[in-house]
Design a protein around this ligand. Structure first.
Ligand SMILES: Cc1ncc(COP(=O)(O)O)c(C=O)c1O
Length: 374
């Protein structure tokens, strides 16, 4: 599928230069259509709830095929923080290494786990001008039990070196957790050689799913044995029973499942079907190319990228001294992007094109011109 064909599946892109996928993308027609027909079925009573109930498990095996990992290593949960909290139950002693400016669904579960008697959190303060990868690598030592990192966070758009961190963690006998919420679907699809012991992704951003669709990938027979966060009828494996019985957990990774929000997973199945039609390598190249082009031209205008490490498809830039970006200039250019902490954040998906880059640059130019005129 070409970028133009893909773009044609998003009605919102007729109105907007959509650079806010780091927050949320617009709905893809195959996803919104299946959700709409599900609502119709609900309203008319033409549904079988058990079909809806199977959607999460179908999506789980479809994700496994997409990510090229064994289905027995994949569980389905509602959010990234749930997935990471599950993993953390496997840490019984030692240090958890996490960057001080991590996304809070990674940072806060680690801090909460650090309140246990035998577990500490090493919150790695950032060194100005240094990459997050370098700061984390410097903090790993023999006391480390777990290193956790998001591959990209929107604060600066740095692409952390997952493979290098996993190697460094393993060299001291620690485990590594990777959060791919901001990269899976664009910079990554194949997780078969990732090197992380546990990987999680919330599918509502680059994977185009509704919210509430998170996959956790890990070997259920690995050295750690995390506990289900919320044991239920969904954590036992088949056959599913509702009432009574002895406590048990599934042999495979479904033991980490949480009870599914049906409609979200129905949408996730449609999103996965769409994603599997995209040429993975071209998608990554396309998104990085647009991000590079935007960064280069924004830099020429005097904006500064916050990224001190490897580039990604997400660019967060700060304006030149004395310039303030105005939300109204986004609306005027029909640009959907986020202004945060005085900076401008843009994320590039396969549906974006060079006209979107130009529209974003126009927002930056107009803020400079507006300043000069004011
Ligand atoms: C890096 C990253 N991870 C995870 C999430 C979502 O976390 P959760 O699923 O806990 O809401 C976001 C949302 O912006 C994010 O940017």
């Amino acid at each position: 599928m070409t970028p133009e064909q893909f773009r044609g599946l998003f009605p919102a892109l007729g109105q907007w230069a959509w650079l806010d996928t780091p927050g949320a993308p617009p709905g893809a027609a195959p996803v919104t259509e299946v959700l709409r027909s599900t609502l119709d079925d609900w309203a008319t009573g033409l549904f079988d709830w058990s079909d809806w109930d199977h959607a999460a498990d179908h999506a789980r095996t479809e994700f496994a095929a997409y990510a090229m990992v064994p289905p027995s290593h994949v569980s389905s949960l509602g959010s990234l923080s749930e997935a990471f909290t599950t993993v953390l139950s496997g840490v019984h002693q030692g240090n958890i290494v996490v960057a001080a400016d991590e996304f809070r669904s990674v940072l806060f579960p680690a801090m909460a786990r650090g309140r246990a008697d035998t577990v500490n959190v090493r919150v790695v303060e950032r060194t100005p001008g240094r990459s997050r990868t370098e700061d984390l690598l410097a903090a790993i030592d023999r006391s480390t039990a777990l290193v956790a990192a998001s591959e990209v966070i929107t604060l600066d758009g740095e692409r952390v070196d997952i493979e290098q961190l996993a190697d460094a963690a393993h060299a001291v006998g620690a485990q590594f957790f990777a959060n791919l919420t901001q990269t899976m679907g664009v910079l990554r699809t194949d997780l078969s050689n990732l090197g992380a012991d546990f990987t999680a992704v919330h599918g509502y951003k680059w994977m185009l799913c509704p919210r509430g669709t998170t996959w956790l990938v890990g070997d259920p027979a690995g050295t750690w044995n995390p506990e289900p966060l919320a044991p239920s009828w969904k954590t036992t494996g088949p056959p599913e029973h509702y009432f009574g019985g002895r406590y048990q957990v599934a042999q495979d990774a479904t033991r980490w499942n949480t009870s599914p929000a049906w409609f979200s997973w129905i949408g996730a199945r449609a999103a996965l079907k769409l994603l599997t039609q995209l040429p993975a390598r071209d998608v990554a190249d396309h998104c990085l190319h647009l991000a590079d082009r935007f960064t280069a031209e924004a830099t020429d205008l005097g904006f500064r990228s916050r990224n001190n490490g490897r580039r990604s498809h997400i660019v967060t830039i700060d304006p030149p001294e004395g310039i303030t970006l105005q939300p109204a200039s986004l609306t005027a250019q029909h640009v959907k992007a986020t202004l945060s902490d005085g900076g401008f954040r843009a994320g590039f998906h396969y549906f974006n094109n060079i006209a979107d880059v130009d529209a974003a640059l126009q927002v930056l130019r107009s803020s400079i011109t507006g300043h000069e005129q004011g």
